[in-house]
Design a protein. Structure first.
Length: 240
């Protein structure tokens, strides 16, 4: 996989991404970042899905996102930057979050930069919404969505204790099960927001959309609306 090509593919579909990608369960956010009003950097903020939810909970959030088209979707304080160049002062933040973003970061240089902006005892919170592949039709959907590729080198389901390096303590993990409603058409829109789809040629895109429609048709028949189950993986690790 061309990592940089996939990582930079979302800007072209920023409007769709913002509209169709799932939000995060509020219980997960409350557990991960604590009570308001925390000073938070939302790193790799994308179109601001997580940023908005944190602000609605009463937190003071700076969104940091390298893609100009994605960042334009974010109201309020949104800054150009990356996991290795966070445009805030040292030890100025209580929490750094990364929603659906940590697997795009550059490993140890990112950990050092995240630690720089956190105050002592501050938390780094990588969080992912992961489709619940214990459900057979969802496992089949993932094969379509990811083009039968192996999962990324960083697997949000099993980060090792030493993942974040010597500047952070042993991470805590909590899982939150939930679901979001879909139709066949909205499920097709969801695949249109995936990096594998966005970098594919026209014929591959047509084939992917057809596979999604056929899978949903076999699974749900004439049922107009159905639930797509997720598990949210919320990690919390503190700066030493």
């Amino acid at each position: 996989m061309d990592f940089s090509k996939h990582a930079s593919s979302f800007g072209a579909a920023a409007d769709l991404y913002d509209r169709i990608r799932p939000r995060y369960p509020l219980d997960a956010l409350r557990w991960a970042v604590g009570e308001p009003s925390r000073r938070i950097v939302d790193l790799g903020a994308g179109t601001g899905i997580l940023t908005r939810q944190l602000r609605e909970l009463g937190h003071r959030v700076i969104a940091v996102e390298p893609d100009d088209e994605m960042r334009r979707q974010i109201d309020g304080d949104a800054r150009a930057g990356s996991a290795t160049d966070i445009p805030v002062d040292a030890e100025s933040q209580e929490v750094v979050t990364a929603g659906q973003a940590y697997h795009w970061f550059a490993g140890e240089p990112a950990h050092t930069e995240i630690a720089r902006v956190l105050e002592r005892g501050g938390c780094f919170v990588p969080i992912w919404n992961v489709r619940d592949e214990s459900v057979p039709w969802v496992a089949a959907l993932t094969e379509v969505f990811d083009g039968n590729r192996a999962r990324a080198a960083i697997d949000e389901r099993s980060l090792p204790a030493e993942q974040f390096g010597p500047l952070f303590d042993t991470p805590e993990l909590k899982l939150f099960s939930w679901s979001t409603p879909h139709t066949i058409d909205s499920l097709v829109e969801l695949i249109r927001s995936r990096s594998f789809y966005l970098v594919a040629d026209a014929d591959t895109r047509v084939a992917l959309e057809q596979q999604v429609r056929e899978l949903a048709g076999r699974t749900f028949g004439a049922q107009e609306r159905f639930e797509l189950p997720y598990v949210t993986y919320a990690y919390r690790t503190r700066k030493l």
